[in-house]
Design a protein around this ligand. Sequence first.
Ligand SMILES: [Zn+2]
Length: 764
Amino acid sequence: MNKLFTICFISFIMFTHVATAQSLQSWRPGEQQIKIITVDDVEKTEDAMHALKASYSIGLSISYEEADGFIRCYVTPEELNFLREQNLKIEIEVDDLNKLSASFGSRGVPTGYYTVAELNQIADSLATNFPDICTKHLIGTSSANHQMFALKISDNSAIDENEPELLFDGGIHGDEIGGPENLIRFARDLCTGYGTDEEITFAVDSAEIWIIYCLNPYGRDNMTRYNANFIDLNRDCGYMWNSSGNSLALFSQPETKVLRNVLTEHQFVIHNSLHSGIEFVSYPWSYRQTLTPDDANHSYLAQQYSINSGYLNLPYGPGFSGMYAINGSTKDFGYGATGAISWSVEISMNKQPPASQIGLFYLNNKSAMLSIVNHAINQGINGIITDSITGEPLAATVFVSDLFPINTSALTGDYHKFLVPGSYSLRVEATGYLTQTISDFTVNQGEQTTINVQMIRGGRYFVQSLISCQIPNNNPEDEGNTPAVIGKPDTIAYSIGRNGLVVVDMGTAILNRTGNDIKVYESDDTPEGYNVYASENPLGPWSILGTGNGTTSFDLSATFLSKARYIKITDDGDGSSQVPDAGFDLDAVENLHPDTLTVGWVSGITYNDQEPYFVIPGAIVTINENEVISNENGEYIIACVPGDFELSVTAPYYYGIDTVTIALGDTLIHSMYLSLTESTQFYKDQSGFSVYPVPATDYLTLQGPSGGYLIEIYNMHGIKLDEANIYVTANGYIYQTSRFLTGLYFMRIYDNEQLYTIKFIKGQ
Ligand SMILES: [Zn+2]
């Protein structure tokens, strides 16, 4: 008895000790919340930004956010000392964040706010009481082993329908407690208002609304910005990540991995992330000053959010705001990697306003949140991407004009994108399918344009989407053109930055087969060095495939992997960092051995069909609607689904057609011999010019009306090789052709009034 009592007593002591230690460790030891005052003082602001930047180079890691007239920072005593030495005007807002957090006691949140457990209970009750329109999804586990949940609110909530999807998240910074309060109320109003409130009923019927009401449960339980590992999660996302906010690596934390999965497994038109500390709608970019290609869409929707909110004035703009970069934010990933309209809404100046104001801040945002749901439903482009033979939906990448691409899922094949009114073009890429383009469609105010696209098999296998990227310390000179890595080689590149990296999803696994399995294309003739890694998982672990220099092929045999779907490319570190096109210029990555083989290939050379045989470059080779152009050596390789098909080739004055049999996974070697569509002895009715012999040997004789002429000689590329003034007699004119290579040439003959063109073939 006595012994048992002692054990119980000891465990009680240990438990309280652990609990106290945990609450003391919400923030880093001694951490304070401060303001650097910069009011209308450009110089002061620049000094502050330099100081913050300099702190990184000496190993400090100051988290900060910009507001109007001040920069709010979270600093340890060491970091504060460093800032003080910079002669900045500093105000202490909270002198002991750990003490403040501990003051909320065992509930963790101020009185009147919901704990994480209470938020989960409300979510449970909504899923239980409104099963048709509300489902609760376990989406992962936090850094402190909390289960993490999302609610999906939509008619037929259990199934994925052809409807626009939206994501609302809150609480990524655990001490910014208004977001989760707003979102759980929004979920409750959507459920209880369904069937009675017209706007809510329309929204729930027509959209799929996902709500991650608490993205950082540890942070909320312990009233801290960070997760259990002291990481600022809004610096940990993998789009232009830069090791700020204590982040150790791209998507290093369980919470950001969860968000990444949700964002990539769904196709969100709008991703709305709630914060507090200021009042502002902040959209991409956060990492660079340049406006996004979608700036008109971001700016219009942010304006709609602001107008439809209850705030007297809710300003909005790009996160960068002209001063400094935040790297690794959720919004830059949401937009940069998935093409969603993605932003942060900062809902209150105070991060923990009195509980009496929770309702006010909710109502300020409720109508704005509903309005963006309605915009996603009512305006833009949508459609379904399917296989032209089976009619099955396809995973595809959809490019609208020059905007960042969006994806479809293999489950439903539907895509949706909000667009301001205008005319646009559409390009759809899917691995193993031919590219489809639709030029010139219009989006009108308050209208949806529907374009369904059927994809034709027989294409090759290139990158389907971007997973993550990094340019160390940013490169303001660079275009940051990440969509350029998707699809086939097109000489449009993404320069990955000096020592930068990029991770791509091939969409289809690459199999380790005989020979090379992967080909990496560089866009230009200046080869640059890089390393290539492969993995079956988007976040690694990575196995090295080798080192490339310019366009290079790789064999999976270099690793222990039998297959891989994700490829990581890192720059070799040569060259300069702060220049245009720094680092390796990645054009495309090709999967040479896709694991769902649906095609074979034909490879050959385009020739003429009579002696002397010569190569015909630049010929258009077509099979089953796929098309390639033979290169300067007349070589071509073209993919096609299995079966018997006509292979046709056209070039200026030449044409050929053969029937070929394509076998799954095989490459048929089949050169094409093209016939001239007209005679080389081409008589003009009114002039009667002719040449002989055919083919010409070391010379040819031009016959025709006697007289003086100017002649010009062109090759098949249209390049002028010679020009001469000649006189044709009754015996003709002898023209030396010994210096020409075998092939087809054009002679243009001018007299004072007319131009005649005659062709000749040079023999060996
Ligand atoms: Zn925040």
